[in-house]
Design a protein around this ligand. Structure first.
Ligand code: AMP
Ligand code: GLY
Length: 437
């Protein structure tokens, strides 16, 4: 197996499956492992690590024993817990920020203070460590406002409050019923910004950087952004809200100063920096940073990039990103998430899934990524989570990418299949307006 590079992916969602598929698109021969991975990744040739692992040092031991040459971390929790530090202690190559650098997502108090100190545009804010102080600030400053817990909250830690009642009950949830546990020890109360959001992914080795096609997520469960927020019901890229001029502004006002600020703070940032940007009437402003790829945006972004991903990931960890090459394809990619009925509330699991192979074989330029799936003892594929699959399709025009993706959606069946019918509609409307001006 000398000629093969051995890679481990940490994570089990659609994002990690998309990373695997992107790695496999290059000519490089790869021997792939995933911890814990999912049935779709296994079907694509990835070996799933089933060993019981109690901490990240143990996973690093396993990686060393199995001669893993590169590890790629998908989710934020291992990063904020220090998986990168565990691997680096053993001299193992790993893609992702250190525990210190991952605070950019793990602590909103850290990231807001960083932005303030280095003049990076974001919403004005105050930090609080008690309900009383937060309440008296709220009473003075009023609504609308946004209340956030500082720590990780699986995407549920920010509440946009348009009424004082909502604001008070949010503080109650944080401080009295302690719904966010220790993540809610520190609270951020910030100005509500208006505008459209975009997800900007930046690969960096801490000095050099490359910006991926900008995408837009669709967080609400229902069409036209109605209903409660989810982990993301679909995404598309590139998003026309960020044209070349806007991207240059984001690069100069946000990306360059953020990478430099992290260096000045003594925590060089390596890996994928995800900047959630609000395009406001005053220009682009940071909503949040994440220390990893977004899900489902990754499923819409990676198919547009042609490169040797092994080399790119490795170069971010060893400081040679400037030497790597890639090509961004023309065209668009659209990823539609298929969820279980009831999600993001309670939902049933164990529904049989059919049609994936047929869709992938009959439709070119289409991938189906697994997220909440499992295989039963009879080798049947079943639903096993809220977000079950993502159907990702790419084409020269946005309208064709949308149509192709929904053709794939129609082929896949499971009881209670739930999806939004308007993924990328926002982008299409913007493109249409542009051409008629
Ligand atoms: P966060 O956890 O900070 O990413 O926030 C989650 C979501 O809440 C964002 O994607 C926005 O849709 C919304 N949000 C967060 N902060 C603000 C803000 N200052 N103004 C308006 N909306 C916000
Ligand atoms: N799609 C939002 C996230 O990954 O945080």
């Amino acid at each position: 197996m000398d000629f093969m590079n051995t890679v481990l992916i940490i994570g089990s969602g659609g994002r990690e499956h998309a990373i695997l598929k992107a790695l496999l698109r290059s000519d490089r021969a790869l021997c792939m492992y995933a911890y814990p991975g999912n049935p779709g990744m296994e079907k694509d040739g990835c070996m799933l690590v089933t060993k019981k692992i109690d901490n990240w040092d143990e996973l690093a031991d396993w990686a060393q024993e199995n001669q893993i040459e590169l590890t790629i971390v998908g989710p934020e929790v291992p990063l904020t817990e220090g998986v990168v530090d565990s691997f680096q202690k053993k001299g193992l190559s790993i893609f992702g920020p250190s525990k210190d650098a991952a605070r950019i997502e793990g602590s909103k108090a850290f990231s807001k203070d960083l932005m303030k100190k280095y003049g990076i545009p974001t919403a004005d804010y105050q930090l609080f460590d008690s309900k009383e102080k937060a309440l008296s600030y709220l009473e003075k400053n009023g609504v609308p406002t946004v209340i956030k817990v500082s720590g990780l909250a699986a995407g549920k830690g920010a509440v946009v409050c348009d009424t004082m009642e909502q604001a008070k009950s949010t503080l109650q949830q944080i401080y009295d019923t302690k719904e966010f546990g220790s993540a809610g020890q520190t609270v951020v109360i910030e100005e509500k910004m208006t505008g459209e959001e975009a997800s900007v992914f930046v690969l960096t080795d801490g000095i050099n950087y490359k910006i991926l096609p900008v995408s837009q997520d669709h967080k609400a469960i229902g069409d036209r952004d109605k209903g409660p927020n989810t982990g993301g019901m679909g995404a598309y890229a590139p998003a026309p809200i960020v044209d070349q001029q806007m991207l240059s502004k984001i690069e100069m006002d946000i990306i360059v100063p953020t990478i430099s600020a992290m260096n000045q703070e003594g925590c060089r940032y390596k890996g994928l920096l995800y900047v959630g940007v609000m395009i406001t009437p005053q220009g682009p402003r940071v909503v949040e940073y994440n220390c990893r790829f977004g899900d489902p945006e990754t499923q819409a972004v990676l198919p547009l990039v042609q490169c040797d991903w092994y080399e790119i990931f490795k170069s971010c960890s060893n400081g040679t990103l400037a030497k790597t090459k890639w090509t961004i394809n023309s065209g668009f990619c659209v990823a539609v998430v298929l969820a279980s009925k009831g999600y993001p509330g309670p939902y049933e699991k164990g529904k049989r899934i059919t049609g994936i192979d047929d869709a992938e074989h009959s439709l070119a330029n289409l991938d189906i990524y697994h997220a909440g799936t499992t295989i039963d003892e009879n080798d049947q594929l079943l639903t096993n989570g809220g977000r079950v699959l993502a159907v990702s399709a790419w084409a020269e025009t946005l309208i064709d990418a949308i149509a192709l993706s929904y053709e794939g959606v129609a082929e896949v069946e499971f009881e209670g299949k739930t999806f939004r019918r308007d993924i990328a509609a926002k982008g299409l409307a913007r493109l249409k307006n542009k051409t008629t001006v």
